[in-house]
Design a protein around this ligand. Sequence first.
Ligand code: TXA
Ligand code: MG
Length: 482
Amino acid sequence: MNTERVTASSDQIERAARLLALGELVAFPTETVYGLGCDALNVDAARKVFVAKGRPADNPLIVHLADWEMLSQVSAMPLPPLAARLAERFWPGALTLVVRANDRVPLEVRGGLDTVAVRMPSHPVARELIQKLGRPIAAPSANRSGRPSPTDAEAVYEDLAGRIALVLDGGASPLGLESTVIDVTVDPPTLLRPGGISRRDIEEIVGPLAEPTGSGQHRSPGTRYRHYAPKAQVVVISSEDPVVVTSQLQALDRGPGSVAVLAPESWLTRLRSPTILSFSLGETVDEGAQYLFQGLRQLDRMDPEYIAVIWNHHQGVGEAVLNRLHKAQGLGNDSILFVCTGNTCRSAMAEALWNHRYGIFTAHSAGLMAHLGAGAAPAAMKAVSKLGASLAHHRAKPLDSVAQEPRFVLTMTQDQAEAVKRMRPNWAERVWRLSDLVGDPSGDISDPYGGSDQEYEAVAQQLDGLLLKLWQVVWDRMSKDS
Ligand code: TXA
Ligand code: MG
């Protein structure tokens, strides 16, 4: 599909509304980030959004309204009193409310839930587009799943060219960070995602907000996945001490270009050297929020190994910035661990290929008998680079050094699966031979060690095929969980 990118003039907005009415996808600016819009009441159009983004089917979309009247098209009932006060105060604006859905909202849009998330954006282009369509627009952020949200048309194009009909260019999104998501179907209301409107401002109106607990309905489905992540590894440095910050940066340094720094201007002037790649988060907390995603994308284009982000504001919108940074670091339990013997070829290749291809879950790898710090086998590096991934920075690690609690532990052979279960008994339920978990008859993946380049390439291709199946398995299991 050819993706057109046009300035958001009135004529083009008119055209975009016609495309939406035909069930096509259009990306458009909002005051928070760019959205990938579809007609919220059209099932087929909603399905297309998930395909274009590579988004898990159980992660629901936000429905955008132009006026109060539209709320009745998606909500089962008028807003409860507390919710109404929030909406009166912050709409139009960066606040999303989770309410009871009515039957007209396709299950696809609600991710299978009986609730729907609604927001009235303030951006004039978004408002005009919804008005011209005359129906609510369902729109997640217009990035490929797992990537930083787009704050300008360029970033949308980078992620979605060829996958959607049109990008309306309305300049940079002024807030730069997504809306705050509050579940108002529970008492007290629950903060599902910190965002453009601060907790303090909301609590002034409704009193203390609850925190999402466990994995139940109080949790926003989208919070389970690795998010906002550039290709480089994000490392958050929260110290206020210049000596500590400098030594943390030095510890990451693997030579020129290996570390890029995203930090408030005051830090950059202190640290700046001609060799350091950097992007400024401005002076204030609001500017930090505004430039965060743009900075992550901009630095990532220079292909560093690490993006070090210096950020120590925990209050106001600073909380939302930290939330996005922690997700971009890939912290949490949502990881896959690949295991082989030496962690220099098979499991390392699987890790590199997975992280290259898929936005959900971070892959790691380890070996039953690995030498800590050993690089990847040169033939393995060549084999994965033919598939677009890189092992240049891989360092082997033994299984007993793994600190994460992975969700899936996948070995190359049956013997390895048994050995992992013996070494880490509490993982027993999550260990599989890779081919078994994905239901592939291939059995053990043999060790190409010492073989020709062709043998390594064959193993890389075999892994790549198994990983595609794995991706489907992971998604199926995640949707059953929720
Ligand atoms: O600022 C924003 O909110 C942007 C612009 C385009 O409006 N949109 C956005 O959408 O960030 P998205 O899809 O990237 O994030 C929506 C979040 C996800 O965390 C999702 O799980 C949550 O809202 N969500 C949506 N519907 C929900 C529901 N019914 N219950 C709980 N969480 C819901
Ligand atoms: Mg998003």
